[in-house]
Design a protein around this ligand. Structure first.
Ligand code: ZN
Length: 200
């Protein structure tokens, strides 16, 4: 049963995800909550930051730790619109986050049960509790619409003759992203790449 509190903080994470979309990045957002206060907000932007670790959760954890002047955040919660990946799950453990609440499941890179369940590994010494599927439809819709827009932009560019379409293997790589309903065809290296699947 999802509480009004959980819906509230997930809606703030969704707002952060829209900032990623505005920056042309895969729309994933996160907030870290201490008590009833947001102490860190982050949105996914690995492309713009030239930083493979710039996932929403990592950015929110860094902001929260800086705000608390403490690399550990015991008792805090992390809300994120997409199931965390292994990297983020690791950082969540290092930060001693008590509870993770995520929106959409990620069947390709999710590390909270979808692909692996990092938090169920008894030999790892920290165990956050995890709640998934909060506002799942809304969080997933944001991702689907992002990729639909990307496909439409690529179609327009192709019709305008402005972009060459990459060989098939490039499209197949992008099809690994679960929110791409069908393969996203990337322009070749001569043109700037669209947002690559890079969050979670
Ligand atoms: Zn991640």
């Amino acid at each position: 049963m999802t509480t009004a509190r959980e819906l509230h903080f997930m809606s703030l994470a969704r707002d952060a995800a829209e900032r990623a979309r505005a920056a042309g990045e895969v729309p994933v957002g996160a907030v870290v909550v201490c008590g009833d206060e947001v102490i860190g907000t982050g949105f996914n932007h690995p492309i713009g930051a030239h930083d493979p670790s710039a996932h929403a959760e990592m950015v929110a954890l860094r902001a929260a730790a800086a705000a608390m002047r403490n690399y550990r955040l015991p008792g805090c919660e992390l809300y994120v619109t997409l199931e965390p990946c292994l990297m983020c799950a690791g950082a969540i453990m290092h930060a001693r986050i008590a509870r993770v609440i995520f929106g959409a499941h990620d069947p390709k890179t999710g590390a909270c049960g979808s692909v692996v369940d990092a938090f169920a590994q008894a030999r790892l010494n920290h165990h956050a509790t995890v709640l998934g599927g909060v506002l799942e439809a809304e969080c997933a819709a944001a991702l689907k619409s992002f990729f639909a827009d990307k496909r439409a932009q690529l179609r327009e560019a192709r019709l305008a003759g402005a972009a060459e379409i990459a060989p098939r293997n490039s499209a197949q790589r992008d099809s690994a992203w679960p929110w791409a309903d069908r393969p996203t065809q990337a322009p070749d290296a001569a043109t700037p790449l669209p947002a690559r699947p890079s969050s979670g």
